[in-house]
Design a protein around this ligand. Sequence first.
Ligand code: ADP
Ligand code: MG
Length: 345
Amino acid sequence: MLGLGSLFSSDMAIDLGTANTLVYVKGRGIVLSEPSVVAYHVKDGVKKVLAVGEDAKLMLGRTPGSIEAIRPMREGVIADFDVAEEMIKYFIRKVHRRNTFSKPKIIVCVPHGATPVEKRAIRQSVLSAGARRAGLIAEPIAAAIGAGMPITDPTGNMVVDIGGGTTEVAVLSLGDIVYARSVRVGGDRMDEAIISYLRRQQNLLVGESTAERIKTTIGTARMPDDGRGQTMQIRGRDLLNGVPKETEITQAQVAEALAEPVQQICEAVMTALEATPPDLAADIVDRGVMLTGGGALLGELDLALREQTGLAISVADESLNCVALGTGKALEYEKQLRHVIDYDS
Ligand code: ADP
Ligand code: MG
């Protein structure tokens, strides 16, 4: 049975990620999770939305000249404001129940480094999509809440959110951010590393979706013990004669391709630890580091990070959902977590 509250309200929490957008509805949980992609038809300079989300992602890298598929959040920030606004509106309308009487309150998470202009743009998009009130929450705080970390305790907690465009490393204590830094290394950079490895080593050209599939199927952050690991059949274009070619890629090759982005993530963690006040740093050495985001699912990334930093590393349950779950929790427990939500600025 639905309570009266859930019938009258569809307050929402939105994780607007560079790769995926998730919507959490109060009292219902995560109701939408789709790629942050918009496909447009362009005719005589006029743009018309063709598809958003899952359908649009299928078009990435496969569009004819008249159609453009865009990832509006590509670099960890809003790369295209208008397209981002269209996308936010589309997803809100998709989950908003028509039979509700009041306009929803909506909380959106924003990267720690978002500029005031970006924050205002996100707030405006949400308001023009029909929200009554728009609140913002810092992404690292949302990720940590979603991962179940005790963020309001007077101890240092480190959360590393590895998304599509960026990795955000943050140290939290007493419900606030003590240190946060974002590096432009994430899942996209890993895909690019696989593409350039195959081009260099095998004269094979593959697209972004093939590279992502290789990463999520056999991707690993560590050299396999037997020096080879699993293999996968892949298809691409032979750059020597221009024709399609099918070949095999080993886990060892993927590990080699991913060595640089993995190294950069390790360095970001070490830099954060060095910049953290000593007592909080000691807490992190005791309690370890929590990984969230889709990139945390890369095979053996936790092990590689542990080997390189000496810290205990855990991967959050439901790492792809942490930010949305944490933002949702802030919405559900607003009385207790009011200080982490920013309603005006
Ligand atoms: P964002 O918050 O930027 O939208 P997400 O946290 O949703 O990003 O993570 C998306 C990224 O995670 C993509 O680059 C995707 O390829 C990557 N990813 C998803 N599953 C895996 C996996 N099993 N192994 C490695 N990377 C993964
Ligand atoms: Mg994210």
